[in-house]
Write a new protein. Structure first.
Length: 112
């Protein structure tokens, strides 16, 4: 699966205009950074954070074409709504890794 769905990025670019895309992508990248920082807090409630982040990312990641992140967020949000805990270190690490990879890919996209 791709980190970025280029077709969705192009669709967004057409909808909002080429000049506005970098501005919105910067906002999206700031959100990703905030989520990663929240998850890296040693004393935080990771289960709650993962639930909140997953719920928020479902729509924003889809809007920006962050396909892999969107799919993970949908999976985690669905699990949380089914009553499953997201407390395993693997869940946290998977989300953090994907946040980092997605952030990096969009930075590359912005430089093009």
């Amino acid at each position: 699966m791709n980190i970025i769905n280029q077709h969705q990025v192009e669709r967004l670019k057409q909808e909002i205009g080429a000049d506005n895309l970098p501005i919105l992508l910067d906002i999206f990248l700031s959100e990703l950074k905030q989520y990663a920082e929240k998850l890296s807090q040693p004393n935080g409630d990771q289960d709650v954070y993962l639930k909140e982040i997953s719920h928020a990312l479902k729509s924003s990641a889809a809007s920006f074409g962050a396909e892999a992140l969107c799919n993970l967020a949908i999976d985690y949000d669905g699990a949380a709504k089914s009553g499953l805990a997201l407390t395993s270190p693997e869940c946290k690490q998977q989300m953090m890794d994907l946040l980092e990879q997605t952030h990096h890919q969009y930075e590359v996209l912005l430089r093009q």
